[in-house]
Design a binder for this molecule. Structure first.
Ligand SMILES: NC(=O)c1ccc[n+]([C@@H]2O[C@H](COP(=O)([O-])OP(=O)(O)OC[C@H]3O[C@@H](n4cnc5c(N)ncnc54)[C@H](O)[C@@H]3O)[C@@H](O)[C@H]2O)c1
Length: 380
């Protein structure tokens, strides 16, 4: 079993998810590689305690990311920090020769993403991927297999999205997601968009153009100190794109990211409608995949319970439904598998590539322009 020694920078919500996934690596029964967290870094020292309490492997705790990156024992890093720090920290890690799992949106804006891409270009020896766990749910994996089998025929329409609703409460105090400085002008697209783009991009359905309608539904929120603060970023985004399939057939692709979607706590969905076959899945009914195969005659949707059909074999019995933390564990398995084997286990069991992340920046930047000009914008 090959061990990859990891440094973790950013010990918040997602940093802990990685810690937890690493701690239950024994759940994956056929891996020939495992992560070991040897160093942690956070500017808030209180957050490193959970790690040192649970991981005997940690030898270095620091508040200064440069110190962690100078540690020769660290082979790879996971950097889970707010968006305005992505370019600085990702570039520093790549230049230090550390393999990198970065968080989305992989740079706060297109310029930050360009800097990261330039560093990657200068260091081809470093393996870099961006986090997005949505394709690792069993139903998404099955849809990926159907795409590979070309089961959909001529595409009619593809709809992908990621919906939240907690910002519907207008009395909820402002957080970093509504501030330009921390989340960038993309707003909900930077925060949620990569998840909605991952499957279509991996399928090769790259938008050629976009007409975006972006909404700032709650322009002001309590600032948490008794006053009001301006909300500077977009709450909701609906992107209508023209995409084309491998044969050049064009079809509408919608990518929706919403922070105010009534009733949706954390809903990933993908719907593919084709002349030969169709499929749809939403994390609202995580275990349920709907498929329709059309060969003439009656058009009937099949409803399939997915159980635990994961890309990377796990201990969990095949009948048991999957959840968020399972998809995170699978995503980490995909990162380590590709790091060691230099190719993903299969096409839809790979983490977001830097090129796919860069495409999302082209799309979101074009969407901002489309909103400003109220026009369709071609992707450069
Ligand atoms: N993949 C997903 O499903 C998912 C979910 C949520 C967030 N995210 C992404 O993960 C990233 C982090 O989000 P989060 O929700 O974990 O945020 P968080 O606020 O919970 O954690 C971020 C941590 O970074 C630390 N930090 C800030 N500056 C630092 C620095 N200079 N050096 C070291 N540590 C520093 C903060 O103290 C904080 O503990 C963001 O890019 C976000 O978009 C991804």
């Amino acid at each position: 079993m090959r061990t990859v020694k990891f440094g973790l920078i950013g010990c918040g919500l997602m940093g802990r998810e990685f810690g937890s996934a690493a701690a239950r690596w024994c759940h994956l029964t056929e891996m020939d590689v495992r992560p070991e967290i040897v160093a942690v870094c956070d500017t808030n020292p209180a957050l490193t305690t959970w790690f040192t309490e649970h991981f005997a492997s940690i030898k270095q705790v620091t508040a200064e990311y440069r110190v962690l990156l100078a540690n020769p024992e660290v082979e790879a890093v996971y950097i889970a920090v707010p968006h305005h720090l992505h370019a600085e920290l990702y570039c520093a890690a790549i230049k230090a020769g550390k393999h990198l799992m970065g968080e989305k949106p992989f740079g706060i804006d297109q310029e930050a993403n360009r800097q990261i891409m330039e560093c990657i270009g200068q260091h081809p020896e470093v393996f870099v991927r961006c986090s997005s766990e949505s394709p690792f749910f069993p139903a998404m994996q099955q849809i990926g297999t159907l795409i590979e089998q070309e089961a959909f025929g001529r595409l009619i329409e593809v709809n992908s999205g990621f919906l939240h609703s907690s910002d519907m409460d207008i009395n909820k105090p402002i957080n970093w997601k509504r501030l330009l400085k921390f989340n960038g002008e993309y707003g909900c697209m930077g925060d949620l968009g990569m998840h909605a783009c991952h499957m279509p991009f991996r399928a090769g359905w790259v938008p050629k153009n976009v007409r975006a309608v972006l909404s700032n539904l709650v322009p002001e929120r309590p600032d948490g100190k008794g006053g009001k603060a301006l909300c500077e970023t977009w709450d909701n985004a609906t992107l209508l794109c023209t995409a084309s399939d491998r044969d050049g057939g064009e079809f509408p692709l919608t990518i929706k990211t919403q922070r105010i979607a009534p009733g949706h706590k954390n809903t990933w969905y993908l719907e593919i409608l084709g002349m030969k076959g169709s499929a749809r899945w939403s994390s609202k009914q995580v275990n349920t995949l709907e498929i329709m195969t059309y060969t003439g005659g009656q058009q009937a949707w099949q409803v399939i319970d997915m159980g635990h059909e994961m890309a990377f074999t796990s201990l969990t019995g095949g009948i048991f439904e999957a959840g968020f933390s399972d998809s995170i564990l699978q995503m980490w398995a995909a990162f380590l598998y590709e790091l060691v084997h230099q190719k993903p286990l299969k096409r839809f069991a790979g983490c977001v590539t830097p090129q796919e992340a860069a495409t999302s920046h082209r799309l979101f930047t074009a969407a901002l322009q489309s909103q400003r000009e109220r026009q369709v914008v071609e992707l450069s």
